[in-house]
Design a protein around this ligand. Structure first.
Ligand code: C2E
Ligand code: MG
Ligand code: MG
Ligand code: MG
Length: 291
């Protein structure tokens, strides 16, 4: 039982300062059980191609459907999982759920690409590319339908080791994006050398790009940088029509944000998509498509 696990009794009782620590330990023990019981679930947030208005993919965002506490957000449990060495297992579960869902959507005529986030330890794990290949084969999903997102901060931590894993993933045909770009101090030399396809500019620069001149300057020059490096630019945190218009004007490739849709469960996303893009099997009926 998790409660009797030797890792669970390391904290002394009675001290007020220990309360937060004990809370974390409880959460961690419950997370181990939660992984066994498959309590993790995914919400999906659409990504729209700005040139055509077509939703081409979704980002899978993990939530923990806790039996007592309800839906718990990743900021609460991902750092614990990473610290306790559970990230390998967690990522495999997320990949499995995301690719199963991707297969089901494709079977229903929804040709969506699914983006999955990787953690720091995933990039140091030489077995990761093999696991990804297994999961793709298990659901018969083409590698090009899987995108993997790695935050700039994580990429910079051990770029040399990460590059080996990334190159292997990319050689399989999986597409790679630098997530939260602009917050992680990557040098242009690294950006040039990294085997990545897309730059996903952090929402700190995107959300107010329609009103803040400095954000605008950063967005515009990042689009240019991405394109000059042969990459696509994805803007996250698009919260208004005004920001969306500017991004279109500046030739940004893809957008994601509350203005389009919040992350939502798979069934709701499919309904939302069908109402927005009727008849996904028939390109002539997608009103946004350029003819
Ligand atoms: P991220 O990968 O940068 O994902 C975007 C986050 O911004 C999500 O938060 C999303 O709900 C939120 N977001 C989307 N649009 C908007 C917007 O217009 N405005 C604002 N203010 N926020 C927006 P979420 O789902 O809480 O995830 C937080 C972070 O947790 C993610 O940031 C990612 O780094 C990490 N994460 C989530 N799922 C996974 C996973 O399965 N594996 C790993 N390793 N990390 C994950
Ligand atoms: Mg992401
Ligand atoms: Mg991000
Ligand atoms: Mg983030």
């Amino acid at each position: 039982l998790a409660k009797n696990d030797h890792r669970g009794v390391a904290v002394a009782t009675g001290d007020a300062a220990d309360v937060a620590g004990r809370q974390r330990l409880t959460t961690l023990e419950e997370l181990r059980t939660g992984l066994d019981r498959r309590e993790l679930t995914l919400h999906y947030q659409p990504q729209m191609h700005l040139g055509t208005g077509v939703v081409t993919g979704v980002e899978a965002l993990v939530r923990w459907d806790h039996p007592r506490r309800g839906l718990i957000f990743p900021d609460v449990f991902l750092p614990l999982a990473e610290h306790a060495g559970l990230m390998g297992r967690l990522t495999l579960q997320v990949l499995d759920m995301a690719l199963e869902q991707c297969r089901d959507w494709r079977a229903d005529g929804l040709e969506l690409v699914v983006a999955v986030n990787l953690s720091a330890s995933n990039l140091q794990d030489a077995t990761m590319p093999g696991h990804v290949a297994d999961a793709l084969a298990r659901y018969d999903v083409p590698p090009a339908a899987l995108h993997l997102e790695i935050t700039e901060e994580i990429l910079m931590r051990d770029a040399a080791r990460a590059t080996v894993v990334l190159a292997e993933l990319r050689a399989m045909g999986v597409r790679l994006a630098v997530d939260d770009y602009g917050t992680g101090y990557s040098s242009l030399a690294y950006l040039h050398a990294l085997p990545v396809d897309d730059l996903k500019l952090d929402r700190a620069f995107v959300t107010h790009c329609d009103t803040d001149p400095r954000s605008a300057a950063i967005v515009k020059s990042t689009v240019e940088l991405a394109h000059n490096l042969g990459m696509r630019m994805i803007a996250e945190g698009v919260e208004s029509e005004a920001a969306l218009s500017r991004l279109r004007e500046w030739d940004c490739d893809l957008v994601q944000g509350y203005h389009l849709s919040r992350p939502q469960p798979a069934d709701r996303l499919a309904t939302w998509l069908r109402e927005r893009q009727p008849g996904p099997r028939d390109p002539r009926r997608t009103g946004d498509e350029v003819t």
